[in-house]
Write a protein that binds this ligand. Structure first.
Ligand code: FPP
Length: 281
């Protein structure tokens, strides 16, 4: 009798190549505990570490996280300052892990708006990890999908004004080539935590055909099991990209395949995942 596949093998069947996450719920997580909002962001930063490690263990090639939107500058100044301090602290504490785990760090968004104390650290780690290949972690910082497309449109307009480009030459590829968020390819799976069901100006171009997954759990509570459940849901989707069918028929449900007959719950299956990916559960 052949051994049932491990969770890692099962998930590897049809992993999203590019996973993007809207990390929502930090404030509510803190409020529920009578803590200041920044405590929620701090717990959210721990979740970033947890989920990045889990994605790398699973073999997800591209992870993009919405860490600070262009619209987030309008939050109270004290919260913005605290988020910037936290981001700097996070980057400094993650540096070695990114380097030794072969993870490349990128940033998308209007990063020139970040304070120099954050930008300096960010730039240094981006440079130090430039050659890393196992996974690419993109942080969306001061990011907005509309702003990104508008920036691309402005660049194209400038090229036309200088006589370098004919308007008729503008097509999807021309726009895409100017979108930093597209350097890692289109988004396959877009997750939003925290119970809200909206895109909030994230990856507007690249998520055009993304599968959407909304999780009620607040971001600081997200762990490897939540990630597994999101991927398991993705693996059951029929991606057609506007056509009739572009992929082979779906395999039987993931949970049924794992042991050949009964369909255990994902939370039971996850016990077979290597401990390293599960952290201290
Ligand atoms: C939304 O929570 C989340 C953010 C505004 C940014 C996400 C920030 C982190 C996960 C922590 C810092 C990031 C890194 C990369 C270190 P919210 O405050 O809108 O939550 P609410 O909807 O419950 O108020």
């Amino acid at each position: 009798m052949t051994a049932p596949p491990t969770l890692t093998q099962t998930l590897a069947d049809r992993l999203p190549r590019h996973l993007a996450i809207i990390m929502d719920g930090n404030g509510r997580w803190a409020e529920e505990r009578g803590l200041p909002r920044v405590a929620g962001h701090r717990a959210g930063a721990d979740a970033v570490d947890r989920i990045t490690t889990a994605c790398r263990e699973l073999g997800i090639g591209y992870l993009t996280l919405y860490a600070f939107s262009e619209q987030n500058w309008a939050r109270p100044q004290a919260e913005v300052e605290a988020l910037m301090d936290l981001l700097r602290e996070f980057l400094l504490s993650e540096r070695e892990e990114l380097v030794s785990n072969d993870i490349r760090l990128r940033a998308i968004g209007r990063v020139d708006r970040l304070p120099p104390r954050v930008r300096d650290v960010l730039d240094e780690i981006i440079e130090a990890t430039r050659g890393n290949r196992t996974m690419t972690l993109s942080l969306a910082l001061s990011y907005g999908g509309r702003e990104e497309i508008a920036d691309a449109a402005r660049l194209l307009g400038e090229r036309i004004a200088r006589g370098e480009l004919a308007a008729e030459r503008i097509d999807e590829a021309a726009i895409e080539s100017l979108l930093p968020s597209m350097e890692c390819g289109a988004v396959d799976l877009l997750v939003r935590t925290g119970g809200e069901q909206r895109i909030s100006n994230f990856m507007l171009w690249g998520a055009a055909y993304a599968e959407l997954y909304f999780s009620a759990a607040l971001w600081p509570d997200w762990d490897a099991v939540d990630l597994f459940e999101a991927i398991a849901a993705y693996q059951q989707r029929d991606r057609r990209f506007g056509k009739v069918r572009v992929e082979s028929p779906l395999p039987p449900p993931l949970t049924a395949r794992a042991n050949g007959s009964a369909a255990p719950e994902p939370r039971a299956l996850v016990e077979t995942w290597p401990a390293v990916a599960l952290g201290a559960r």
